[in-house]
Design a protein around this ligand. Structure first.
Ligand code: HEM
Length: 127
């Protein structure tokens, strides 16, 4: 028997979509990261929904449209220090609070996001 994906356990497209929209609301008002993002986050959120769908074991929507994620390479244009990584993770934690996600699924997702966020660090903390 196949194990249920995190994507399905979360509630599929509808819940993921709410999580991502809420996440970018936090991003757009976070002092340490908002400067990195475009003012209009519509496209950013649409890409992230596709990416997280496949990251969490759902259909490979991101790769179908954009090819291999090459996430670290795609983040190189932005200066990401441990401060930005922690900011990203805190926006995600707040978004999870907002949609009422708790328990083992939340822990599993945060663990994977933490590993990926740390992998995106491409610059030492200034001073
Ligand atoms: C794109 C910042 C971590 C997934 C981006 C963009 C920025 C950014 C500025 C470009 C947005 C745009 O131009 O539309 C950051 C920062 C992070 C971080 C500061 C802190 C560590 C992550 C993590 C993931 C992720 C942990 C996944 C779990 C993506 C994806 C894209 C993206 C899928 C779209 C790539 C593309 O196709 O261009 N990120 N990110 N990011 N980020 Fe991050």
């Amino acid at each position: 028997e196949q194990q249920q994906s995190a994507f399905d356990a979360l509630g599929g497209e509808e819940v993921l979509s709410r999580l991502v929209d809420t996440f970018y609301q936090h991003i757009s008002s976070h002092e340490e990261v908002r400067h990195l993002f475009p003012a209009d986050l519509t496209e950013t959120a649409a890409k992230q929904k596709k990416f997280l769908t496949q990251f969490l074991g759902g259909p490979p929507l991101y790769t179908e449209t954009f090819g291999h994620p090459r996430l670290r390479a795609r983040h190189m244009p932005f200066i990401i220090t441990p401060v930005q990584a922690e900011a990203w993770l805190s926006c995600m934690a707040h978004a999870m609070d907002d949609i009422g996600l708790s328990g083992p699924l939340r822990e599993h997702m945060m663990h994977r996001f933490t590993l990926t966020a740390h992998h995106m660090i491409n610059h030492p903390t200034p001073r």
